[in-house]
Ligand binder design. Structure first.
Ligand code: ARG
Ligand code: ASP
Length: 688
């Protein structure tokens, strides 16, 4: 009996505490593969990650500076999200060729469009280098000495790793708050061309209305191709370059997905904080998120009011509003999720147990220390966040500071001015100025208001009077005057009231807030190094994954619906029928291209799959990641999460945390019916 109990206990301990939670390091695949296979995965560890043979990791790239992409042909063809390729698509667009509105499809290789500045990086290998990084560090050294040891050792490791050249770059990353160090070696390609993108009315279907939501019907994909020199090595753009032949690319599965199917996301999640104390969570959930949501609600209301009155203003502000609203909506889910999960309370209980255990160890007093540090930091950090969300959101101040920064370069300055005024609508900015300064005034305690602010407000008597005066006097409201500026006008700019306001606030931030925040933050980071190790020692049987830091990770789970609220259940697959139900020519976000209506009218496409939900633990940066089935074949492209689960950056809840993926069959449908670019199918490999 006892033996059985012990065996049972061992089994229980071996199973990860939270199903589907985790963003695992591919190099440690051996620790996960058993669990993955038990959940349905059919491949072996070395098919996922290996340095000796081509494997799935060789088909995944870091796309640009914050997305993921995947290779789908032997000719360098790559899929990512529409919102990841958005900047490139926009840059190629003009009034004559509006690729955002109409989509873009190269019909042959020579029509593919090069993209200056766009890179993709393949991970060559990663390895733990903790010992090498800390070599020479010894007892009694200060933190500063430790940092310089790390710096010197890391530089040597990096130099050694990239000595072959050929597009190699490397960096050493601290994981688990500096308890472990890993070397990441990448090969970066710089000639990446746009091959195809659907019209935004498909690629961004649902817009900000549906963003972070289910049911979802967004065709969020774009297609690129990587080019290399004739030896298959990275090279700057050249017409002589040829399509890159990757070591590995994904086969495409058209078998489809159904509830319960195993899924696996391979990509580059950006940032999470799963191991922080209750103080940090409380600050995020009860202070930072709600305050920032309020401020952004005010800004969005102002933008939307004017956008609703004029088509021209709607176009000017749609991308700006999208940016403001993306985090705004995410924070709402995060705040609510933290509360529903009782994360603060649960962390507090955990910390009490930890403190008890830590008595007499080197971890004694750590939780208390962090608490003190947060108490010191939070008021300063909140003032910083307020400054960021209010004063820094005023466009007039933004253009004044940017122009000052680049005044010596007339060409750059003029380009910035043209771009700025194309999308500037002064009444919105004026109203935001008033709303944001009023919020700053009423929410900040006196101690956290710059002297400049107090004096100005006193002399004007009201925020409104201040606003009228600054917009009447600043030269930065007028495009012609900004264009007329030359490098000799730096002095004149210094006297501009908008620049002065920007400068006064910035100096206040730089001299009053920043030093305290930086100092306390570095103490917090240090305390976390110990607290992280403490948590690992406290629960030696638990498998920890490092917080996301844009390095390649594995998340696995299965296709699954969820219940967002009492009495409601969401099934995990959406179809073209749902797009037609949402279609409305009078609502911008839901106005689909006529071509799509026509195809639907032909009949037979009701069940065309569009998106699906799964339980993979993902975050920002995972956009564009391949989502793979049990056979290792591509079934979709990850692009979002549901807002009810966005607290997964802090705490994962298996009941509502869902990632949203585009069904690969909808991408194929678009290539065929919208792009008429079926020739692309010839280079893809279909698995089933
Ligand atoms: N919410 C997704 C991700 O963070 C997609 C954002 C782009 N789409 C949009 N409608 N703003 O970041
Ligand atoms: N939409 C996010 C991205 O752009 C993904 C997420 O936050 O789930 O990376």
């Amino acid at each position: 009996m006892k033996k059985i109990l012990i065996a049972l206990l061992a089994v229980l301990l071996a199973v990860p505490a939270q199903a589907d939670e985790g963003m695992w390091l591919p190099v440690l695949i051996n620790q996960r593969i058993k669990d993955m296979r038990a959940k349905g995965f059919k491949l072996k560890a070395e098919d996922v990650y290996s340095v000796n043979k081509a494997c799935l990791k060789d088909a995944v790239v870091l796309f640009g500076s914050g997305c993921t992409g995947e290779l789908v042909s032997g000719e360098g063809l790559l899929f990512t999200n529409h919102h990841c390729g958005y900047g490139q698509i926009q840059r190629h667009s003009s009034v004559e060729h509006d690729y955002l509105k109409d989509g873009f499809w190269a019909m042959s290789r020579d029509q593919e469009l090069p993209n200056k500045g766009l890179t993709v990086s393949f991970l060559e290998y990663m390895e733990e280098v903790t010992d090498a990084v800390l070599k020479g560090y010894g007892e009694g050294m200060t933190e500063r000495q430790r940092d310089s040891v790390i710096k010197v050792n890391s530089q040597a490791l990096v130099a050694d790793a990239v000595k072959e050249g050929k597009g190699l770059r490397a960096n050493v990353e601290a994981l688990f708050y500096g308890n472990q160090y890993f070397l990441f070696v990448f090969r970066t390609f710089k000639d990446v061309r746009l091959v195809g993108a659907p019209p935004s009315s498909i690629g961004k279907f649902g817009g900000d209305t549906d963003n972070w939501m289910w049911p979802r019907h967004t065709g969020d994909f774009s297609i690129f191709r990587i080019y290399a020199d004739k030896d298959n090595n990275p090279a700057d753009y050249s017409p002589e370059n040829v399509p890159y032949h990757p070591k590995k690319f994904f086969k495409i599965s058209t078998k489809g997905v159904k509830e319960g199917d195993f899924t696996f996301v391979y990509g580059c999640p950006g940032s999470t904080k799963e191991y922080v104390t209750s103080d940090e969570v409380e600050y995020t959930g009860s202070v930072s998120d709600p305050k920032k949501i309020d401020l952004r609600t005010k800004r969005l209301d102002i933008m939307k009011k004017y956008m609703g009155q004029s088509q021209a203003v709607r176009i000017q502000y749609s991308s700006k509003a999208a940016n403001v609203s993306n985090a705004w909506k995410k924070w709402q889910g995060e705040e609510k999720g933290i509360r529903r999960m009782k994360t603060v309370e649960k962390k507090k209980e955990y910390q009490e147990r930890f403190k008890e255990w830590a008595k007499g160890t080197r971890y004694d007093g750590l939780v208390e220390k962090l608490e003190t540090l947060y108490q010191k930091r939070n008021p300063y950090f909140l003032a910083y966040e307020y400054y960021n969300e209010t004063v820094r959101s005023i466009e007039l101040l933004q253009i004044a500071s940017t122009v000052m920064m680049i005044i010596k370069n007339k060409e750059a300055k003029d380009a910035v001015a043209e771009q700025f005024f194309k999308d500037y609508y002064q009444p919105i900015d004026e109203e935001i100025f008033v709303a944001m300064l009023k919020a700053f005034d009423s929410e900040m305690s006196d101690e956290f208001k710059p002297q400049y602010f107090k004096e100005k407000l006193k002399s004007y008597g009201s925020v409104e009077a201040w606003q009228k005066d600054i917009y009447a006097k600043s030269l930065f409201t007028d495009k012609e005057r900004v264009l007329a500026l030359t490098k000799d006008d730096a002095e004149a700019i210094k006297n501009d009231p908008a620049y002065q306001m920007y400068d006064a606030f910035y100096k206040w931030y730089f001299n009053t807030l920043r030093p305290v925040i930086n100092d306390v933050n570095s103490q917090i980071r240090l305390a976390y190094r110990d607290y992280m190790q403490g948590q690992m020692d406290y629960e030696p049987q638990k498998q920890f994954y490092p917080d996301a830091n844009l390095t390649l990770r594995i998340a696995y789970g299965n296709v699954k619906g969820y219940s967002p609220a009492d009495g409601v259940y969401y099934s995990p697959v959406s179809t073209l029928k749902g797009i037609i139900e949402k279609d409305n020519p009078n609502i911008f976000d839901y106005n689909i291209p006529q071509a799509l209506r026509d195809i639907y009218a032909e009949g037979g496409h009701d069940d065309q799959p569009v998106c699906f939900l799964a339980t993979n633990h993902t975050t920002g940066g995972n956009s564009g990641s391949p989502i793979i089935n049990a056979d290792g074949n591509l079934i979709g492209i990850n692009f979002d999460r549901v807002w009810e689960g966005t607290m997964s950056d802090i705490v994962y809840d298996p009941s509502v945390c869902r990632n949203i993926s585009l069904d690969i069959r909808y991408l194929l449908f678009n290539i065929e019916h919208i792009g008429h670019a079926e020739y692309l199918f010839n280079e893809m490999v279909f698995a089933d």
